[in-house]
Design a protein around this ligand. Structure first.
Ligand code: SAM
Length: 274
């Protein structure tokens, strides 16, 4: 498929605000679909069908392919190319329900990477093979103590195991993006730790990582106004005392499980607050 020719024929100028960097290497699309290990009858979601480079590989599998595309011009192309072979959802993936999906395979529009990822993670699925900016993929899969480790790593870790499968060069896309990309596999998992309140845990993580160079005790004190429910000064002091030694460390050195422990202790103290 000659991407440039198709774009010219339909008088389409790729839209930056919709992350329209189209994959032009069919071999990569083939490998992405292979990584998804699609079983007969599975429901596979593609977010952002574009001109159909990935879609054409998905329809070779004995599965039900559901494609969401926001751009009306691209919706028409997808409809003409694949007709009944796909279920085309004409709309915004952020506003579409992802119910009853087994696998997700997508070259994501990068500007909505985070929102889309958490939307996938918060509902049942078996595996997701997703293309991201390399830097974003590295933050998703980072280890404690590295500069990439942060609230994205911890948010993703709460729901899934994330692995980088391949780095993808800029010239695999048209128009070429400014940065290298990476294919990530997400497999759902139960975390080895249990936040008492997931929203508070994610909120606590966001707050303390906004002061990642401070010791945890100072980070908690300085950012308590960012937390919901907000701990009082006294509540914060009590929790820091209970957490003990760990509060001498910097947030970036703590594992997700240690952070959950700290957030649980603070949450318990908040519950005692009047
Ligand atoms: N799948 C194609 C490929 O591999 O070449 C296109 C990938 S391109 C990186 C991202 C696609 O997502 C574009 O077709 C764009 O129009 C579409 N898109 C952008 N924002 C979207 C949204 N919120 N909902 C659905 N599709 C969206």
């Amino acid at each position: 498929m000659d991407t440039k020719k198709i774009l010219k024929k339909h008088n389409i100028r790729p839209k930056k605000n919709l992350g329209q960097n189209f994959l032009i290497d069919n071999k990569i699309a083939e490998r992405q679909v292979g990584y998804a290990e699609i079983k007969p009858g599975e429901r596979v979601l593609e977010i952002g069908g574009g001109l159909g480079t990935l879609t054409q590989e998905l329809i070779k599998k004995p599965c039900k392919v559901i494609v969401i595309e926001k751009d009306p011009k691209l919706q028409n192309i997808l409809q003409k190319r694949f007709g009944e072979k796909i279920t085309l959802i004409k709309g915004d993936a952020l506003e579409t329900s992802f119910e009853e999906i087994d696998k997700v395979v997508a070259n994501l529009p990068y500007q909505i990477s985070s929102e889309i990822t958490f939307k996938i993670l918060r509902q049942p699925f078996k595996k997701a093979i997703l293309m991201y900016q390399k830097e974003f993929a590295e933050r998703m899969t980072a280890k404690p103590g590295t500069k990439e480790y942060g609230r994205l790593t911890i948010g993703v870790d709460l729901y899934s195991k994330a692995e980088i499968l391949e780095k993808i060069p800029k010239n695999a896309f048209y128009p070429q993006p400014k940065i290298t990309s990476a294919i990530v596999k997400l497999t759902p998992k139960k975390p080895s730790y249990t936040p008492l309140n997931q929203d508070f845990f994610l909120n606590f993580t966001k707050a303390i990582f906004s002061q990642r160079r401070k010791k945890l005790k100072n980070a908690i004190q300085n950012t308590r106004h960012m937390m919901k429910p907000k701990p009082s000064k006294q509540t914060t002091k009590n929790a820091i005392k209970q957490i003990g030694e760990l509060t001498e460390k910097r947030p970036g050195k703590l594992t997700p499980s240690q952070i959950a422990n700290c957030s649980n202790k603070l949450y318990k103290e908040i519950k005692k607050q009047k």
